[in-house]
Design a protein around this ligand. Structure first.
Ligand SMILES: Nc1ncnc2c1ncn2[C@@H]1O[C@H](COP(=O)(O)OP(=O)(O)OP(=O)(O)O)[C@@H](O)[C@H]1O
Ligand SMILES: [Mg+2]
Length: 260
């Protein structure tokens, strides 16, 4: 039985959530609680349901049963954009950057979430021409904070993998009032030095802006030092929840990685 009573100040609750893809049960009666203002690490072998969980929390996928409660409010049926307005922001396992836009522009568009490619130019026009100077100043401040300011006029194609991950992060903190940021593998494919830098940026954001994070990351050796809490998944189920070291050393979690 998963213990959720260890978390006192809860920002998000997932209650008995199940999600099917055809006959495959990608989420199987998932119940968990995320502590406010903390970094929670979501771990588990490939295919265990981590990205699906991020998708149902952000509202990209609807669920078949159960409920999702954010700050005491039932958001189960809210579309992604409304969840975004409440402060739930996410990144993607494969960065969704707009190749035709500069680093600064890619950050500015974060203001409105992850708009589709079609919407984006209209949106940018509105931002630039309506003299929304504060959006641009805000974006520049985020780039400064994340050490990307010197790259503000570059295109995503000119960035390293790690810089792209940082750019996604700068875009996610552009939301009007981000409260919960869901990051799908923020340090994947990045060298260890930059991976640590990304994790420490996330910690700085938590400290300075009081934002809660749920992070999927396979680089446990690096991520564990930055996490306050951890959740282990296997075959769509939560199999461990608690202190990061205890979760990583839990025999069920170890077995899930070995057994596949
Ligand atoms: N859109 C989809 N249609 C059908 N099956 C899907 C879909 N998305 C995910 N799945 C399946 O659901 C299960 C959970 O997938 P999910 O992507 O959530 O795993 P994950 O834990 O994020 O894995 P990874 O570590 O490889 O990213 C897998 O068996 C996957 O094949
Ligand atoms: Mg995934």
């Amino acid at each position: 039985m998963v213990k959720i009573n260890q978390v006192t100040d809860v920002i998000l609750e997932v209650n008995k959530v199940s999600k099917y893809f055809g006959s495959l049960k990608a989420l199987d009666d998932v119940t968990l609680a995320l502590p406010r203002g903390k970094i929670t690490l979501l771990i588990g072998p490939n295919g265990s349901g981590k990205t699906t969980l991020i998708n149902v929390i952000s509202g990209v996928l609807s669920i078949d049963s159960g409920s999702i409660i954010f700050e005491g409010r039932d958001i189960t049926r809210l579309p992604p954009h409304d969840r975004y307005k409440l402060g739930i922001v996410r990144s993607y396992q494969i960065p969704r950057l707009f190749q035709g836009l500069s680093v600064l522009e890619n950050t500015v568009v974060g203001k409105d979430g992850n708009p589709g490619e079609g919407m984006i130019y209209g949106l940018l026009k509105r931002i630039w021409y309506n003299y929304e100077k504060s959006s641009i100043e805000d974006a520049l401040a985020k780039l400064l904070f994340l050490n990307l300011i010197h790259l503000h006029d570059r295109r995503p194609g000119e960035l390293s993998g790690g810089q792209m991950k940082l750019l996604e992060l700068s875009r996610s903190i552009m939301a009007t009032k981000p409260k919960l940021i869901l990051l799908d593998e923020p340090a994947a494919g990045v060298n260890p030095v930059l991976a640590k830098e990304i994790m420490s940026m996330i910690r700085n954001i938590r400290d300075e802006l009081g934002i809660t994070f749920l992070i999927v990351e396979h680089r446990l050796d690096i991520a564990i030092d930055y996490a306050d809490y951890a959740i282990g998944m296997h075959l769509g189920r939560v199999i461990a929840q608690g202190k990061p070291k205890e979760v990583v050393e839990d025999p069920k979690v170890i077995e899930s990685y070995l057994g596949g």
